[in-house]
Design a protein around this ligand. Sequence first.
Ligand code: RRO
Length: 329
Amino acid sequence: VDLSTSIGGVPLSTCIYNASGPRTGSSAAMAKIAASRSGCVLAKSATVSSQTGNDQPRTWHEENGKASLNSEGLPNNGIDYYIDSKTISETLGDSNKPYMVSISGKTLVDNLLMLGKISNVMKADPSIKIAGVELNLACPNIVGKPTIGYDFDQMEDVLKQVTSLPCFKGSAMFPLGIKMPPYFDRPHFEHAASILNKYKSCISYVASINTIGNALAIDSVAEMPCIRAKGGFAGLSGPAVKYTALANVKQMRELLDESIDVVGVGGVANGIDAFEMILCGASAVQVGTCHWTEGPSCFDRMCSELEGIMREKGYNSIDDFRGKLKEWS
Ligand code: RRO
């Protein structure tokens, strides 16, 4: 069976790869992803300058492993690190899988500046291996900054200005993906998708979902939030969010123009979860929390699990079942 796919025209050897966030901050961590069966390596969301993130404790895992919380606050080495040829070669080693960067500017100007830096690096060195850029409109953990994907006017302004950059004029210099927050109400899906569709000539894929923002875990012994920053309010992830993620992937696939690929992310921890995402229309599946808790061997495990399911069902390629969720009569 064949697990290969493509997103935004970028071929991936397997349809399962890492989400931005866990174990993606350094080339040493990303090299382990590159050495696994992950179809791609996606870096930690970058800001213009390096930053250390929120105060500890800023992560929490439920004992049964079904839910996690983070309020990392965008700790990262700064955009220059993630687009540096040394970082990229240390990350990829002799693997020739695609390397993508993620950006999560604190302001629109920061996002424009980072996209300018990426295109400058690519112009200066055409051999630089940056296969795509994921623009994160969904970080829930920055004190004083609302989630862009929940403010449709701001989201439209960001997409309008980003797609007006010279690197997207004519044929774009690199595929652009948009990381979206989860939605919970049909009119919100419709509104978000209609804005994304307006910029379809520049948007290659949409990745749904980021963590469910502003969840709260409480330590009943200490009678305190488990996480320090933002009063304990933090992004919820892990198996608990899979059902929200599946619904987001299904509705995004229904509402987005077919030229925009959908990447499914949220609570994927095994081959069945990946299979379900693809049934809902995902062209590829990202893994965040399971990669965080299990390490990069999760990609090898999930790829063999998905291959097993496909063999059992007689599917040879992911296109045999992608988007083919059946309906009740
Ligand atoms: O670094 C974080 O706190 C973080 C980010 Br940028 C994000 O997009 N999603 C998340 O759950 N945490």
